[in-house]
Design a protein around this ligand. Structure first.
Ligand code: AKB
Length: 337
């Protein structure tokens, strides 16, 4: 008898940390987590964790034979900056890893004759605006607009969204018997900011890095220009969106990929928010041309009206509440303890 579980890949990353805490609170179905790295100590008790590679087919075969997955949260990915240094590795993890997990989900959906839900965090990196003039003109991009990513990571995410739709709607369309399809659902995240973890390998990292450096009393050289604007979201809202999308009734889901967003800030405005709470912070701007070009190609704002309409999406944290109630108190505690 296979054991029921929720599978979370990339569990030791930023989203994983917050998602495991939230899912463990509901306590309905046991969690099984995968990551190359061990989990941080504070969440180890909440899950059965395997330090393993999602590209290891033998491991995936074993998981299929031992577990019945209700939901797969596939978080494992190499982010946008890291992916530019190792495009081959990014493609392996981001595309081949997703493909293996979608096949696993399809196999499980078949034998249990019920779809496995596949929740996928996509990214603002799927957008690629050609220049700053266009970025200003098309501030609030909708899901189907400007899907011309500039990074390996963005291209990988966009393709994996399409793969997910394929596995949900067309997989084995020429087979003799009708298959039970995977229930793939994706959110495109803006830059995420956590009070408890510092990101690594991304290009929206300058926001959270600026804040964490200020709290530690360290100077920070921001790698983008002060005027560059992208949307951000506090981590509790990111988790909220994943859980709300997973909980949405099938009839409500009008599309499989949704933008979600919270507040947009220029790097200068981000600095001003940081200075409000850490007036002694030393933040200057030393743009890195290559990383700057990536952020310049990302939308200044995302239109998340489809998520609001279909499954009642609404962030809890606007910029003021994010800084005042979530980020600053928790970050201060973290570095002062
Ligand atoms: C990155 O910067 O690569 C990520 C993202 C925006 O998806 N944080």
């Amino acid at each position: 008898m296979r054991k029921k579980a929720i599978l979370i890949t990339g569990a030791a990353g930023e989203i994983g940390h917050a998602l495991i805490e939230a899912l463990a609170k509901t306590g309905d179905i046991p969690l099984l987590t995968l990551d190359l790295d061990p989990l941080p100590e504070d969440i180890r008790e909440l899950t059965t964790h395997w330090e393993a590679d999602i590209l290891d087919q033998k491991l995936l075969d074993r998981l299929v034979s031992e577990y019945e997955f209700e939901v797969i949260y596939h978080l494992a990915a190499l982010l946008s900056t890291r992916g530019e240094f190792s495009p081959g590795a990014a493609h392996q993890v981001n595309v081949n890893g997703t493909m293996q997990l979608l096949r696993l989900a399809a196999e499980q959906s078949e034998w249990r004759r019920k779809p496995v839900q596949f929740i996928f965090p996509s990214s603002i990196a799927v957008y690629g605006l050609p220049d700053l003039e266009t970025k200003t003109q098309y501030a609030r991009v909708r899901e189907w607009e400007w899907n011309y990513p500039r990074t390996m990571y963005g291209a990988n995410k966009l393709y994996c969204e399409l793969l997910g739709v394929y596995f949900s709607e067309h997989y084995r369309q020429l087979a003799a018997e009708q298959s039970t399809m995977v229930d793939f659902r994706a959110v495109r995240f803006p830059g995420l900011i956590s009070a408890f973890t510092v990101p690594s390998g991304g290009t929206s990292d300058y926001g959270p890095e600026m804040l964490h450096a200020a709290a530690k009393g360290e100077p920070y050289g921001c790698f983008v220009r002060p005027d560059v604007r992208i949307p951000f979201m506090a981590m509790p809202d990111a988790v909220k969106s994943l859980l709300a999308l997973a909980a949405a009734p099938t009839e409500a889901i009008g599309q499989r990929v949704y933008n979600v967003t919270s507040f947009s800030l220029s790097a200068e405005e981000f600095k001003q928010w940081v200075l409000k709470f850490f007036p002694a912070a030393q933040i200057d701007f030393t743009p890195d041309v290559k990383r700057q070009t990536i952020v310049d190609s990302w939308a200044a704002e995302m239109d998340d009206s489809a998520a609001r309409r279909d499954w009642g999406w609404q962030p809890d944290y606007d910029v003021q509440r994010a800084f005042e109630e979530y980020l600053v108190p928790n970050i201060k505690k973290r570095y002062q303890d």
